[in-house]
Design a protein around this ligand. Structure first.
Ligand code: DX5
Ligand code: ZN
Length: 221
């Protein structure tokens, strides 16, 4: 069995009580905090920036923070997120003019680097940068909002990217983001994903542990 990790997206958390929400979801068994950054330019929504990441670290969050940049341009924010305590920084290749340079900047800043592919985007952007990737994030919804329906064609794409990672020999996590719940997580895992972002499926339920336990049971089945 793979080393599966569950990454709640705090986009669906109660922002007025964010520190407590993150503490609760980690105590409930989550592995990584998925941190969605939107700029009302690359995507039609606006969320949080490095100050909030830093505030979570000051609050005492020690779990890895997985910063998903849905911003354009990308490079200006890399140093500030690294300083704010980001563990992973992922971005969309179509949001950066020089993808290889942005990836290198992330690693040089001491973070793990990843590329994010939107649902309609092929695998071409990955081809020449596999050696610079710690994570590949496949969007299973169009980015910008939580609570959307999982796009089924993602399953085939997960299979293709899993084969690409295995053939490369590099240690790259394969994360999927959007519309994931206990009812489809097993199918996504079977296709080859190892890291699962879930926002509304976790935070819209009163008992986070119950949902995360259900997800783990599905992953073990
Ligand atoms: C969408 C974000 C996702 C989103 C996932 O642009 O990148 O991380 O919050 O939310 P759910 O799990 O509700 O689809
Ligand atoms: Zn995300």
């Amino acid at each position: 069995m793979r080393d599966y990790q569950i990454a709640p997206s705090i986009l669906a958390a109660d922002f007025a009580r964010l520190g407590e929400e993150v503490d609760n979801v980690i105590a409930a068994g989550a592995d990584i905090v998925h941190f969605d950054v939107m700029d009302n330019h690359y995507v039609p929504n606006l969320t949080i920036g490095p100050m909030v990441c830093e505030a979570l670290r000051k609050h005492g969050v020690t779990a890895p923070i997985d910063v998903h940049l849905m911003v354009s341009p990308v490079d200006d924010l890399i140093a500030s997120f690294a300083k704010a305590g980001a563990s992973y920084i992922t971005f969309h290749p179509d949001a950066s003019t020089h993808v290889d340079r942005s990836l290198q900047m992330i690693r040089d800043a001491g973070c793990k680097a990843g590329l994010v592919l939107n649902p309609a985007m092929g695998l071409e952007p990955l081809k020449y940068v596999m050696d610079k990737l710690d994570m590949i994030l496949l969007m299973s919804v169009n980015p910008g909002f939580g609570g959307q329906k999982f796009i089924p064609s993602t399953i085939d794409k997960v299979r293709e990217v899993r084969a690409l990672i295995d053939a490369s020999g590099y240690d790259i996590r394969l994360e999927v983001d959007g519309g994931i719940s206990a009812s489809n997580i097993a199918e996504i895992a079977a296709a080859g994903a190892d890291t699962f972002v879930a926002g509304s499926a976790i935070f819209n339920q009163p008992d986070y542990k119950k949902v995360i336990d259900e997800m783990r049971e599905q992953l073990a089945s």
